[in-house]
Design a protein around this ligand. Structure first.
Ligand code: B12
Ligand code: SF4
Length: 499
C-alpha cells in the first residue's frame, strides 16, 4: 500500500460513564468517512483511525493518543466535537512533541467560533478547517504538499509567515449533496458499529438561541433527494446487513411531501429495515407520522426544550407548549417509542418557568413518552452564549458538567463524583480557558442550576442508581433497537410505559 498522505483521527465519540464503568456506543464516523471519500477521489491515500475502537482502559489520557497514532502520515487531521476539544488539544500538544515535523489540522464542529483563540494560544495546532471538509480537505493537502501558501485555501484558519492568525475566505457550502458519493464505508468494518447514522439534510434554518446545529452549518440548509438517501440505506443493508437506521439530522421532517415520498419509496423497495428520526412538533402531523410508522419508523424524537411559553419565546423555538403536548400525545399512539428532549438551566428561566417544564415532563411521561432532560450547555457559537456571557459570571463545577461533556453523565451521579487524578490536567486546562470551553461552565450555579437539579432528581429524572438508570446513553443518538433490554428509558418510573 502506498504511503498515506494523511492520518485522520476520529475523536467524535459517544462514551457514557456510569460511576467507574464506561459504556461505549460505536457510531459510524460519518463526517470522517465523507472527508475520506473526497480525499480518495482526489487521489490521496488516507490512513483512517477511529478512536472509538481504542482498547485502552483509560482512553482520556493525552499520551494514549500518541500511542494510538503510531507512525502517522506527514499530515494528521483530528476530527472533534466540543466535548472532547480540551482533551484533543492537550493530545495534539503531545503528538507535536513526539512528531515535530508533522502538520496538525483540527477539523469538525468542536472549534467552531473559537478558532482564533485556539490558533493564538496553542502553537502546536498548525491549521483549523472550518465547515464542510469535502473540498477544503483535498485543497489543503494539495497546497501543503506543494509548499504553497495556505492562505489561498478557503475555509481555514492558519498562521501567516510572521505568525499572525489569518482566517481565509469562507468555504462555500456544497449545494448539491446528491453529487457527493457515499462515505468511504470500505475504511471501516461496518458490522462492528452499532449506530448507522444518516444525514438527510445538512444544517437547520431555525434560530433557536441555545442550539449549535444551525450555527455550525452557518444557518444554511442543504438537502439530499429521496433516491440518494434510499441508495445509502440499500448499500448499508446489502453490504453490512444493517436493519436499523438513525436519521441524525434534526430537519428530517422539514418537507411533508418529501417525507411522504420517502416513506412510499422505501416501502416499494421492500427493504426489511427499521428507522428512527427527529421531528419538530410544528412540522409533523398525524398523517405524516402514520405514514412514517407504516414505513418502518419505530421512534420519533422531539426537541420540546421547555414547558414554559415564555422560555420557548426567549429561545426562539417557534412553537408553544400546547402544540408540543398535542403532538406528543398523538405520536405516542403511533410509534413504539417517542422521545421528548428538554433543555433546563437557562439563566433567564425562572422557577415558575421551570415548574411548568417539570409539570409538562411528568405529563408527557405519563402519556408514555421517554423524557430526556439535558442541562444547558453553553456552546460558544450559540446566540444564547454570546448574548448572556457578560450578564452572568461563569461558574465551574466539575461534578456538574452538562451531562454530555467529556465522558457524559457525570451529572447523574453528583454525590459520587470525584475528578480522577489522571483527568485533573484536562480540568485545569478547561478552567484556564473559559472563553474557549464555555460548555463546561454554568451561568449562576447557586440560584439557577442546583435548585432545579434538586427538583428534577425528586421527580426521578436523574436517578443515582445505575440499576434504575440502565446503561442507556442520553438517547440523543442511540441506535440500538427499541426492544433492547435496559434501554427503555433512563427515567426510573417510566421503564414500563414507553415501547
Ligand atoms: C452524528 C452525530 C453524533 C455522533 C457522531 C458519530 C461519529 N462518530 O461521527 C455521536 C452519536 C457519536 C455524537 C455524539 C455527541 N454529539 Co453529536 N452530533 C451528530 C450530528 C447529529 C451529525 C454529525 C454528522 O455526522 N454530521 C455530518 C458530517 C458530514 O459533518 P461533520 O461530522 O461535521 O464532518 C464534516 C466537517 O466537520 C469536516 N470535518 C470533520 N472532521 C474533520 C477533520 C479534518 C481534518 C477536516 C479537514 C475536516 C473535518 O468534514 C466533514 C465532511 O464535510 C450533529 C448535529 C448535526 N445535525 O450536525 C451532532 C453534533 C455534532 N453533536 C454534538 C454534540 C454536542 C454531541 C455530544 C457531545 C452530545 C450530544 N448530546 O449529542 C455527543 C458526545 C457525547 C459523549 N459523551 O461522548 C453537537 C456539537 C456541538 C459542538 N460545537 O461541538 C452537534 C452539532 C449537535 C448539537 N446538539 O448541537 N454525535
Ligand atoms: S434546536 Fe432543532 S430546530 Fe432549533 S436550531 Fe437546533 S436543530 Fe434547528
Amino acid at each position: 500500500m502506498p504511503a498515506a498522505d494523511l492520518t485522520l483521527l476520529n475523536l467524535n465519540l459517544l462514551y457514557v460513564r456510569y460511576l467507574e464503568g464506561i459504556d461505549r456506543e460505536l457510531h459510524v464516523p460519518l463526517g470522517c468517512l465523507y472527508l475520506t471519500r473526497a480525499l480518495e477521489d482526489a487521489g490521496y491515500v488516507v490512513d483512517f483511525r477511529d478512536y472509538q475502537l481504542n482498547t485502552f482502559d483509560e482512553p482520556f489520557l493525552p499520551d494514549r493518543i500518541v500511542e494510538f497514532l503510531h507512525d502517522p502520515a506527514p499530515v494528521i487531521g483530528f476530527s472533534v466535537m466540543a466535548n472532547l476539544l480540551p482533551f484533543a488539544l492537550l493530545a495534539m500538544k503531545e503528538v507535536k512533541q513526539r512528531y515535530p515535523d508533522r502538520f496538525l489540522v483540527l477539523g469538525g464542529v468542536g472549534a467552531k467560533a473559537v478558532e482564533e483563540q485556539i490558533m493564538t494560544r496553542f502553537p502546536w495546532v498548525d491549521a483549523i478547517a472550518v465547515g464542510e471538509g469535502e473540498r477544503t480537505g483535498p485543497e489543503l493537502l494539495a497546497a501543503w504538499q506543494a509548499g504553497a501558501d495556505l492562505r489561498q485555501v478557503a475555509g481555514l484558519v492558519v498562521r501567516g509567515p510572521d505568525g499572525q492568525v489569518v482566517r481565509t475566505p469562507r468555504r462555500e457550502r456544497i449545494r448539491n449533496l446528491d453529487a457527493l458519493p457515499l462515505p468511504a464505508f470500505h475504511k471501516v468494518d461496518l458490522p462492528r458499529y452499532q449506530g448507522y447514522g444518516l444525514m438527510s439534510t445538512r444544517g437547520c434554518p431555525y434560530p433557536c438561541t441555545f442550539c449549535s446545529v444551525a450555527p455550525v452549518w452557518d444557518h444554511d440548509s442543504t438537502f439530499r433527494s429521496v433516491d440518494h438517501i434510499i441508495a445509502e440505506m440499500r448499500h448499508l443493508h446489502e453490504q453490512a446487513g444493517v436493519k436499523m437506521f438513525l436519521f441524525q439530522d434534526e430537519f428530517f421532517v422539514c418537507n411533508k411531501p418529501k417525507v411522504m415520498a420517502f416513506c412510499q419509496k422505501l416501502r416499494e423497495t421492500g427493504l426489511p429495515v427499521l428507522w428512527k428520526a427527529f421531528g419538530r412538533v410544528d412540522l409533523t402531523d398525524r398523517e405524516m407520522m402514520e405514514t412514517m410508522a407504516a414505513a418502518g419508523c419505530v421512534e420519533l424524537r422531539f426537541g420540546i426544550e421547555s414547558g414554559s411559553d415564555r422560555v420557548l419565546q426567549l429561545v426562539k423555538k417557534g412553537f408553544t407548549a400546547e402544540q408540543a403536548i398535542a403532538r406528543v400525545g398523538e405520536a405516542v399512539q403511533i410509534f413504539p417509542r417517542v422521545d421528548a428532549f428538554y433543555v433546563w438551566g437557562f439563566p433567564f428561566e425562572t422557577m415558575e418557568d421551570f415548574h411548568q417544564t417539570v409539570f409538562q415532563m411528568v405529563m408527557l411521561r405519563k402519556m408514555g413518552a421517554r423524557i430526556l432532560p439535558s442541562l444547558l450547555c453553553l456552546l460558544p457559537q450559540t446566540e444564547l452564549f454570546r448574548e448572556n456571557r457578560e450578564r452572568y459570571p461563569l461558574d465551574f463545577s466539575p461534578s456538574l458538567f452538562p451531562e454530555y461533556m467529556i465522558t457524559g453523565h457525570e451529572i447523574s451521579h453528583l454525590s459520587h463524583f470525584q475528578v480522577a487524578p489522571t483527568h485533573r490536567p484536562i480540568y485545569e486546562f478547561i478552567q484556564e480557558h473559559p472563553d474557549i470551553f464555555p460548555g463546561f461552565f454554568h451561568m449562576d450555579l447557586a440560584n439557577n442550576v442546583l435548585p432545579k437539579l434538586k427538583i428534577l432528581k425528586k421527580f426521578g429524572f436523574y436517578p443515582e442508581d445505575r440499576e434504575l438508570s440502565g446503561t442507556d446513553s442520553c438517547g440523543a443518538h442511540s441506535p440500538r433497537t427499541t426492544a433492547a433490554p435496559g434501554l427503555a428509558t433512563r427515567v426510573a418510573e417510566t421503564t414500563t410505559t414507553a415501547g
